[in-house]
Design a protein around this ligand. Structure first.
Ligand SMILES: [Cu+2]
Length: 229
């Protein structure tokens, strides 16, 4: 689910349609007076950090939950024997679909405490889904293709975003005090700081992260090796 979709989910569908019908254009943010917070994430060497999850936890109120009846969902595709995307950020309670868009079977699993599961071998064209209801980081693998790895970062707040290839992201939330948290598969522990969003004042923050080395198994380009180096 991208940020725009997530943002709109916080507004009842009817209200959002009325806003569009009367020409208000983008209904997200304006109706609630949400304040945009833009971040830039880099390494100490100045390299952009993509795939970081950025989440805001309200300190003076409870974060809205995903409604049970909501069609909120996200998708992690198996394509060309890879999971796409590499990192998915969802609010706790979100259903994630795992469609197999390959011509081979996959066997998706996780041994993470947050969500231990197994989706035994399933065929091309089929899809399975799971609800991620506990906050934390879930590492996904495939029993057949060892290089397939992806992460689901589950956060208990609707105010989140994922950094782009340029290391940037924007989250909008109502004015107030928040604990801002950055998570990344190559970060030993979350980086957090308190942030105050003031009405009408767009905010910016820059973060520098120390990331662990990327230990992903590299695939061989030699088709005869079956993908193994
Ligand atoms: Cu696989």
């Amino acid at each position: 689910m991208d940020f725009r979709t997530m943002c709109c989910l916080r507004i009842p569908a009817t209200l959002a349609s009325i806003a569009l019908a009367i020409g208000m254009g983008e209904p997200c943010g304006d109706l609630r007076g949400d304040v945009p917070l833009s971040i830039t994430v880099r390494t100490a060497k100045g390299e952009a950090v993509a795939d970081a999850a950025f989440a805001l936890f309200p300190l003076d109120s409870k974060a809205p939950v995903v409604p049970e009846s909501s069609a909120t969902h996200s998708e992690i595709v198996q394509q060309k024997e890879e999971f796409i995307p590499y990192v998915t950020v969802v609010q706790a309670g979100t259903r994630v679909e795992f469609p197999n868009r390959d011509s081979v079977q996959h066997h998706v699993y996780s041994l993470s405490k947050t969500k231990k599961f197994e989706l035994p071998l399933y065929d091309p064209g089929r899809s399975e889904s799971l609800v991620f209801d506990v906050s934390g980081t879930v590492t996904l693998g495939c029993n057949i293709h060892d290089w397939m790895i992806a992460y689901v970062i589950v956060v208990p707040t609707p105010y989140f975003a994922k950094t782009s290839a340029e290391g940037t992201a924007t989250v909008s939330a109502p004015p107030g005090r928040y604990r801002a948290e950055l998570l990344h598969p190559r970060l030993s522990k979350p980086v957090s700081e308190e942030i105050v969003l003031r009405e009408g004042n767009a905010a910016n923050r820059a973060f520098t992260l120390s990331l662990k080395p990327d230990r992903r198994i590299r695939r061989s380009t030699d088709s005869k090796s079956g993908g193994y180096p």
